[in-house]
Design a protein around this ligand. Structure first.
Ligand SMILES: Nc1nc2c(ncn2[C@@H]2O[C@H](COP(=O)(O)OP(=O)(O)OP(=O)(O)O)[C@@H](O)[C@H]2O)c(=O)[nH]1
Length: 301
């Protein structure tokens, strides 16, 4: 299947939510209920399972980064820095505008940041339903001249206009990838799932093939505070001897897993992260409902 992360960026009120709703439509499985928080968040997940042999399964995880604006203080610079890291890690960036740069809207600042990021960028000129054609042309030419956008589309998100072509374009920019979320996942905390996947991935990297039956990760607590997200997670393994391997000599291995997980999670969430990890033995976790429902594993694993 094809999958990936898509960063959505644009000034307040340009129509980010409207575009996302149009994309997700009835497929919407996840939205966060926190308006204008200063952190990056997963706004929605679009999953389409192939209906014909020619089609491929697709999963797009949309992330927005409201923290990206001209920083007025240290925290602002920090947030912008995190947003930039996020943009380097996503597969596609969608930048939404609804006016000319000369209107002095602040888009220039975002553009300057985007210029240095290699991730493919799609520009969406939204609200074409109320833009004079002449003005649309000026916006288009102004941005086109910069030569940093993979493609530029006009759209009227509110009417769903051109949303299908934008989706196709995103799909064409995605690579083969895993299913990050179960297709029918319904949860208010998609971040938890992704966080557990990051820890699992880092642990497996550190462990190479030392723990033959793999591990499972469960997020035990997840608390968002002002500038930090506190996460406690348990790494489950099947045997007592595996526990020792995961912890490592003087706890070194677990420390390494913790550190690299924390960095990955910080880049995803755009906040500082305090991560606590425990290792527990749980025999036959692979057969339990707990594993299946918590981790979205399918029978092929
Ligand atoms: N005419 C027109 N209005 C639109 C269109 N898309 C969005 N809007 C309107 O623009 C306003 C802002 O849209 P939102 O989707 O909330 O914008 P946003 O970028 O998510 O805003 P923030 O959440 O503040 O960052 C709303 O009143 C929308 O109805 C469009 O294609 N045409």
């Amino acid at each position: 299947m094809k999958s990936g992360f898509i960063g959505i960026i644009g000034r307040p009120n340009v129509g980010k939510s409207t575009l996302l709703n149009a994309i997700l439509g009835e497929k919407i499985s996840i939205t966060t209920d926190k308006p204008q928080t200063t952190r990056n968040s997963i706004r929605g997940i679009y999953t389409r399972m192939a209906e014909t042999p020619e089609e491929e399964d697709v999963q797009m995880v949309f992330i927005d980064t409201p923290g990206i604006h001209k920083p007025k203080n240290k925290l602002g610079s920090y947030m912008t820095g995190m947003a930039i890291n996020t943009f380097k890690e996503v597969e596609v960036i969608i930048f939404i505008v609804d006016d000319e740069l000369s209107a002095g809207t602040g888009d220039k600042y975002i553009l300057d940041l985007l210029k240095d990021i290699d991730t493919p960028k799609i520009l969406v000129i939204n609200k074409i339903d109320k833009l004079e054609p002449e003005k649309y042309r000026r916006i288009y030419e102004e941005y086109n001249a910069m030569g940093i956008f993979h493609t530029i589309y006009g759209a009227a998100a509110i009417e769903g206009k051109n949303v299908d072509v934008i989706l196709k374009e995103i799909e064409s920019l995605l690579q083969e990838g895993p299913m990050y979320f179960p297709a029918d996942m319904v949860t208010d905390h998609p971040e938890r799932f992704i966080v557990s996947e990051i820890i699992r991935e880092k642990a497996l990297l550190y462990l190479e093939k030392e723990v033959p039956h793999g591990i499972a990760v469960e997020i035990e607590n997840y608390k968002e505070e002002k500038n930090i997200t506190k996460i406690g997670a348990v790494i489950y393994c099947e045997k007592k001897s595996h526990k020792g391997i995961i912890i490592g000599k003087e706890g070194k291995k677990l420390k390494g897993i913790g550190k690299s997980s924390r960095l990955g999670i910080e880049a995803l969430l755009g906040t500082k992260v305090f991560l606590e990890l425990w290792v527990k033995v749980k025999e036959n976790w692979r057969d339990s409902d707990f594993a299946l429902s918590n981790f979205g594993y399918d029978s092929r694993e």
